[in-house]
Design a protein around this ligand. Structure first.
Ligand SMILES: [Zn+2]
Length: 326
């Protein structure tokens, strides 16, 4: 639903991508001159999972994060270089939702016959959730013919993360069987950490009498709240392109804050917090805190270089949730 008008631009880029891909194939093979296997992941969480699975990276596999300039996956527009990178790698991993519609055309350019393509949403299959519009949300202008959309923010469930890491590890083992045992050990250790953190989230929810969170913002955390049977309210479904909340939306949410006696209104990273502030001004107490959870939609490899990991961000989200449920 956030796909806007970029389809046309995209197809132009694709054409340029094709031309340059066809024209410079040999160049790219020789640019880095290496025979190393190459993996391209679109977003930070997946990039970080693969880093964990590779560990000390015995085969010196080259790992690239494609969406690396702080623009989220919904607004991503591949450049010709991106198309080339994706179509010439050995393993390409992407979320596979509505925002990744560009992938299909990019894959037509694939120059590596052995390219392993992993669509993570396909991997989850029945565990996918449809994006839902619940009471109090700002309605979106929708095309009547539009099919139900699956929520793309699959990485925000630690349980999904574990399943997806298993799949990634299998594929890396197929690619590099020589070091299969190492990858297997790495993924098992990582899955244990995911399970431990999942338990910590569950304990926080179990120990709290408050089971509702309210986002005065977009809401990419559906998979997370579903894992722990939390109720939620939000201004917008998923990462809706809407930015303005109506008076009805604001007053509904402010009423819920009063009714549920919530001590805070949540936002997501990068928010200007305007809607959250307006909600608070419309409550009786007007003294709620604004707390922010990080959905990692704009995390870059620079952040990763400075120490950000999927687990460290989810740890912080856990602390924020704990405060929110108090
Ligand atoms: Zn999003």
């Amino acid at each position: 639903m956030r796909k806007r008008v970029i389809a046309v631009i995209c197809s132009c880029v694709m054409m340029i991508g094709c031309l340059s891909a066809c024209g410079s194939k040999q160049e790219t093979d020789s640019v880095d001159g290496s025979e190393n296997l190459r993996i391209v992941a679109t977003i930070f969480p997946v990039y970080d999972w693969i880093r964990e699975i590779l560990g000390e990276n015995p085969a010196e596999i080259e790992l690239t994060m494609l969406m690396d300039n702080g623009v989220d996956l919904h607004s991503f527009q591949p450049t010709a270089t991106d198309i080339l990178r994706v179509s010439s790698c050995d393993m390409f991993v992407y979320v596979g939702g509505e925002s990744d519609q560009w992938v299909e055309d990019a894959m037509k350019e694939a120059s590596n016959e052995k390219l392993k393509e992993i669509n993570l949403m396909d991997t989850l299959g029945d565990d996918l959730e449809e994006e839902e519009v619940i009471e109090g949300m700002q309605p979106e202008e929708k095309d009547e013919s539009e099919e139900p959309e699956y929520d793309e923010h699959i990485w925000l469930s630690l349980r999904n993360a574990s399943v997806l890491c298993g799949r990634l590890a299998e594929t890396i083992q197929e690619m590099d069987p020589e070091h299969a045992a190492i990858y297997e050990a790495n993924v098992a250790a990582y899955q244990q950490k995911l399970a431990d953190l999942d338990n910590e989230f569950q304990n926080i929810v179990n120990e709290s009498t408050q089971k509702t969170v309210l986002f005065g913002d977009r809401f990419p955390f559906r998979y997370l709240t579903d894992d722990y049977d939390l109720n939620y309210y939000a201004a917008f479904a998923g990462c809706s392109a809407e930015t303005e909340a109506s008076f009805e939306t604001i007053s509904f949410l402010a009423g819920k804050v009063d009714e549920m006696k919530l001590g805070c209104v949540m936002t997501i990273e990068g928010s200007d917090q305007r809607i959250a502030e307006t909600i608070i001004q419309n409550t009786k107490e007007k003294d709620q805190k604004i707390l922010t959870m990080d959905s990692m939609q704009a995390t870059t490899s620079k952040d990763a270089g400075r120490g950000a990991t999927y687990l460290s961000v989810m740890e912080k989200n856990k602390d924020v949730l704990k405060e929110a449920l108090q």
